[in-house]
Design a protein around this ligand. Structure first.
Ligand SMILES: [Zn+2]
Ligand SMILES: [Zn+2]
Length: 141
C-alpha cells in the first residue's frame, strides 16, 4: 500500500535520531509491523522475518529498543502474552482486545490523565499507566 512507506521512514528516522542501530532484521520487523493490520506477538514477528535469520532473542531485544524509542507500544493479553504494534512517536493507545481471536482495536482516547494528576498530588513522579479492555468481538460472539 502506498501510505506504508512514510510510516516506515518515520520510524527509522526516530531510531536514527535516538542512536539505535538500524539492522536488516530491525528493518524487516518494522516492515512487518507496518504491513500487518493487527498487533503481533514477538513469535509472530519472528516468523515474518525468518528470511533475515534473526533469532527470537534478537527480536525481543529489538522490540525493547523500539519501545524505548517510543515507536512501538507493547500491551498484554489477559493470558499475559504481549502484543506489539507500531505507533506514532510517543503516542499511546488503549485497546479493546477480543479474548477469543485477539483482534485488538485502538481506543484513541485517554481519560487517565485525571488519575495521574491525583497521583501527582500524592507526591508521586514518573507516573505511568497500563489499561486494556477485554471482551468478545462481533465475529466471536
Ligand atoms: Zn474475536
Ligand atoms: Zn492512557
Amino acid at each position: 500500500m502506498a501510505n506504508q512507506k512514510p510510516q516506515m521512514d518515520a520510524a527509522i528516522d526516530v531510531l536514527r535520531r535516538e542512536h539505535y542501530r538500524i539492522t536488516e532484521p530491525r528493518k524487516a520487523m518494522l516492515a512487518t509491523l507496518v504491513r500487518e493490520p493487527k498487533p503481533l506477538s514477538a513469535e509472530e514477528i519472528h516468523k515474518h522475518i525468518a528470511a533475515t535469520k534473526a533469532d527470537l532473542v534478537t527480536v525481543y531485544r529489538s522490540l525493547e529498543a523500539f519501545e524505548k524509542a517510543g515507536i512501538v507500544q507493547k500491551f498484554n493479553l489477559e493470558s499475559g502474552k504481549s502484543l506489539y504494534e507500531l505507533v506514532e512517536e510517543n503516542h499511546h493507545y488503549h485497546h479493546i482486545i477480543c479474548r477469543k481471536c485477539h483482534r485488538a482495536e485502538k481506543l484513541d482516547f485517554c481519560e487517565i490523565s485525571k488519575l495521574e494528576e491525583l497521583a501527582k498530588h500524592l507526591g508521586y513522579s514518573d507516573i505511568n499507566h497500563v489499561l486494556e479492555l477485554y471482551g468478545l468481538c462481533e465475529d466471536c460472539r
